[in-house]
Design a protein around this ligand. Sequence first.
Ligand code: NAD
Length: 290
Amino acid sequence: MELLDGKKCAESLVADISRKVAGYIGSGLRKPHMTIILVGTHAPSESYVKSKIASCGRAGFEGNLIRLPETVTEQELLAKISGINNDPSTDGVIVQLPLPSHINEQNVINAIAPEKDIDGFHPTNFGRMALGQKAFRPATAYGICKLLQFYDIPIRGKHCVVIGRSNIVGKPISIMLANDFDIGNATVTLTHIETPRELLLDETRRADIVIVAVGIPGFVSEDMVKEGVVLIDVGINRLENGKLVGDVDFAAVAPKCSWITPVPGGVGRMTVAALMINTLMAYENNFNLN
Ligand code: NAD
């Protein structure tokens, strides 16, 4: 068993980005600029935002955080996004999810200018990605692809099973790996909460690659996978004792895997790296550098 080390891969990708950025700044351009909007003080969001801002520093980007109170109205938030959409000094914007329940998340995602949508959640980017066109790809799914590529994991023609169908992880990764992309061409099965247990087991037990994003600690047990499987654990779950774990019973399942992602230090790090790649792409689009 070997680890798919998201920290190592992310550091390598961000180092490549920072070299490119240094070249652009050397030629007289400004830094790439990411803006993050955080509503309220949701503890996991605070920690995700902190790591995104820190990564901006390492990549040579300007990263700025706009904090809005929990009580902000949807209209006020949309007005803030509109201001950023029209501000040429910002290349990419993220509205950290989840939002308070009085705000409609889809309205907020739809309000972000597609050319600044570095999370890749806007219908224009999602649609373009699904059609195989140039787009900001949803960051977690894109990060998983980059991790598989970094470790030369064969994907073409492989049988991949995705557990969980969220718009931010399960759905986009299933589309991306099935598409005729550079990192794709797998045969993909997308499973979800309505998948009968027996069918789920049939699928996972013959999968070459299993990607799990359900948010349930220990969901993937040793008897669910075959010897030599590649296992991507997207889950981030905080246990009562404060420990951070994924969706896989790591101690029991890891010995059966050829490759597995740790939690923490796996997919989470890659999500942030993919955001940096998308921000650089937004910047290069702005300055016609590609
Ligand atoms: P979600 O929480 O929106 O939905 C969970 C999904 O799991 C649903 O599609 C549901 O159908 C499926 N599911 C639930 N029970 C199931 C079962 N018994 N069998 C099969 N499918 C089942 O999904 P999400 O937003 O993708 O989050 C999933 C996990 O991934 C969470 O732990 C979240 O914190 C984590 N996450 C991590 C990152 C990262 O960067 N590492 C990014 C996003 C989400």
